[in-house]
Write a protein that binds this ligand. Structure first.
Ligand SMILES: Nc1ncnc2c1ncn2[C@@H]1O[C@H](COP(=O)(O)OP(=O)(O)OP(=O)(O)O)[C@@H](O)[C@H]1O
Ligand SMILES: [Mg+2]
Length: 328
């Protein structure tokens, strides 16, 4: 293995707001190209970070499954965790056509001959000396047959490759599997994630389940002020309140007959804030930057559903009042 272990205090790894007296094992900085970069405006949810640290330190090779609504920060949590601890990360997005073989090897045509090399899974297992985290994004959209292929690996078995003969790849100690998805692996209960499929019970039995909700308002305040520092604090706070109203009215959460078919992820909230700032200078009597930005960040998706648009704008008007103009 080319990586060297290093013990970090939580404060060193994740920022001064975390304890200096608690430690976690990562690696020394290396020249491995698969270590993700930490995003400077990423803000940790303390519960999620605690769960990930305990899983990483004491999970005994168990996989972890982060599930929650779209844009709540599942993939970015894993990326920032690996970035902070200098863990190589091999990320692959699953879809119904993805076959297990594609995780195992890559075949390239170079100067007329075919060259087979390692794909994400053997690299994560340490075949090249840089073991790390294999991240299966959107695992609940995969063909259950492809997912079952991971079972042997989860049981600590070697992976058999065909590189001019059968070539076993043994899992190195630093190899772990993390997965993300929008469902709790039992199919789409909400109706908004059309390609989610129910996964095999035998597979769903294996991982630790970590539920990732949208960040608390105080954390979203920090995310928005880091991402769009020029936006005024009162506007920022109201945007977060609107986002939480929309989330509460979303049909994944609300059972009301008038539940909304769309929600506002942290991703969209950030975009709304950013666009509001960018269009601030274009303000006229008929162009309200907050509403103009909301169309482009979210509401144009409700094209053809005027009642959805009206309902969302009513929430916005309710929060912002008349001081910011009207929303239509
Ligand atoms: N804690 C956070 N700090 C800063 N930005 C965040 C945070 N959580 C989410 N975001 C923002 O939201 C975006 C979406 O996050 P991410 O891609 O991790 O979501 P996801 O849960 O994996 O979504 P999906 O289910 O659609 O894959 C990020 O690029 C980032 O802009
Ligand atoms: Mg994701």
């Amino acid at each position: 293995m080319k990586l060297k272990h290093k013990t970090y205090s939580l404060a060193e790894a994740f920022g001064p707001g975390f304890p200096t007296g608690l430690s976690v094992t990562g690696y020394e900085p290396s020249n491995c190209r698969f270590v993700p970069r930490v995003e400077p405006d990423y803000r940790w949810d303390r519960t999620l970070l605690r769960d990930l640290v305990v899983w990483w330190e004491h999970g005994n090779g168990d996989p972890v499954y982060l599930f929650g609504p779209t844009g709540s920060g599942k993939s970015s949590a894993l990326r920032n965790f690996c970035g902070a601890l200098k863990i190589p990360m091999y990320e692959r997005t699953f879809h119904p056509q993805l076959e297990f073989d594609q995780l195992v090897s890559v075949v390239d045509l170079i100067d007329g001959s075919t060259i087979t090399s390692y794909s994400h899974l053997p690299l994560a297992m340490g075949a090249d000396g840089w073991p790390g985290l294999f991240v299966a994004n959107e695992i609940d959209r995969a063909d259950p047959g492809t997912v079952v292929g991971l079972n042997e690996i989860l049981q600590g078995q070697p992976l058999f490759m065909h590189l001019g003969g059968l070539d076993p790849v043994d899992p190195a100690p630093g190899f772990r599997i993390a997965m993300t998805g929008n469902s709790a692996m039992s199919g789409d209960m909400v109706g908004g994630y059309v390609s989610v499929r129910q996964q095999d019970m035998a597979f769903a039995d294996r991982p630790w389940f970590l539920k990732v909700a949208y960040p608390e308002p105080a954390v979203e305040e920090e995310i928005l002020s880091a991402a769009v520092p020029d936006l005024s604090a009162p506007v920022r706070t109201k945007m977060i309140e609107v986002a939480n109203d929309i989330r509460a009215a979303y049909m994944g959460t609300s059972t009301s007959d008038s539940a909304l078919p769309l929600t506002m992820s942290t991703r969209v909230l950030r975009r709304w804030a950013k666009l509001t700032h960018l269009f601030h200078g274009a303000r006229t009597a008929s162009l309200n930057p907050i509403g103009y930005a909301l169309d482009r960040a979210l509401l144009y998706r409700a094209e053809g559903q005027p009642e959805v648009r009206r309902a969302v704008l009513k929430l916005v008007q309710g929060k912002f009042g008349d001081a910011h103009g009207s929303f239509s």
